[in-house]
Design a protein around this ligand. Structure first.
Ligand code: ADP
Ligand code: MG
Length: 251
């Protein structure tokens, strides 16, 4: 069934995501060599691997920001290969989550809904709900420059939550924060997931983030998947030295 952003679910939102033999080339350069991943409804999956291995490219293909060169991507039970981002029922939080400096927190969170012609009342309801979830109620009339780094990060997540998507995509959302805040935000994002149960695909190069947050970890290297498993499985039974080295398991 097709759902648009206007049909607000307001409750648990999930979809399975299936990535089937997906490849990507930029010109003559192959960067993703045939990746398959099954992601279940409501799962929190982390793509991990060294810089340049293709994590962002894969995430951007799921988002529809980058065309795939071969294979299929399904969200829910729809093949989305040719759908533009706004029809994919996803919301993405980037590493550089530029907030609009001239807009209040409330307007930053509601802006994408305004573009989608959601009614003013509905925008207000959704922003209020997201603000409640993220503890942003007291800050709704502030401007980004009046917020701390962690608060800005929460607003960036609020912009994703108001869209009530079936899938959240995070690309290294914590890498610009200091170490202490990063640890706190890990817990917040996990709590958010426990509450909303939205299928989440989260990219990081930080193995501790992966080990502590994921239901399932996908270890990538040079455009291929090396291993997929629950954190403890990877820790206990790495299939090769690369995975062992990356996860930090004694070998
Ligand atoms: P990661 O997010 O894991 O650090 P990326 O997905 O950003 O890796 O990049 C994977 C590879 O694809 C890198 O070699 C990168 O240089 C290349 N790449 C990414 N985007 C483009 C692009 N638009 N044009 C050409 N090459 C690109
Ligand atoms: Mg990246």
């Amino acid at each position: 069934m097709r759902r648009t952003v206007e049909q607000f679910r307001g409750s648990t939102a999930m979809a399975q995501v299936t990535i089937r033999n997906v490849k990507k080339s930029f010109g003559a350069v192959d960067v993703i060599h045939g990746v398959s991943i099954d992601i279940k409804d409501g799962e929190f999956v982390i793509l991990v691997g060294p810089s340049g291995c293709g994590k962002s490219t894969l995430l951007r293909m799921i988002a529809g920001l980058e065309q795939i060169s071969a294979g299929d991507i399904e969200i829910g039970s729809r093949v989305v290969n040719d759908l533009p981002p706004k029809e994919r029922d996803i919301a993405m939080v980037f590493q550089n989550y530029a907030l609009y400096p001239h807009m209040t927190v409330a307007d930053n969170m509601g802006f994408s809904l305004k573009l989608a012609r959601v009614s003013k009342d509905e925008i207000k309801t959704r922003v209020a709900r997201a603000a409640e979830i993220l503890g942003l109620q007291p800050l709704l009339e502030r401007y980004p420059r009046q917020l701390s780094g962690g608060q800005r990060q929460r607003v960036a997540m609020g912009r994703a939550i108001v869209r009530d998507p079936q899938v959240f995509l995070f690309d290294e959302p914590l890498s610009n924060l200091d170490a202490k805040l990063r640890v706190a935000m890990r817990t917040e994002i996990k709590e958010l997931h426990q509450r909303l149960k939205t299928t989440t695909i989260y990219v990081t190069h930080d193995q501790i983030e992966a080990m502590t947050m994921a239901d399932k970890i996908v270890v990538m290297r040079d455009g291929v998947v090396e291993q997929v498993g629950a954190p403890l499985d990877l820790y206990d039974r790495p299939e090769n030295l690369f995975v062992a080295g990356f996860i930090g398991s004694p070998s």
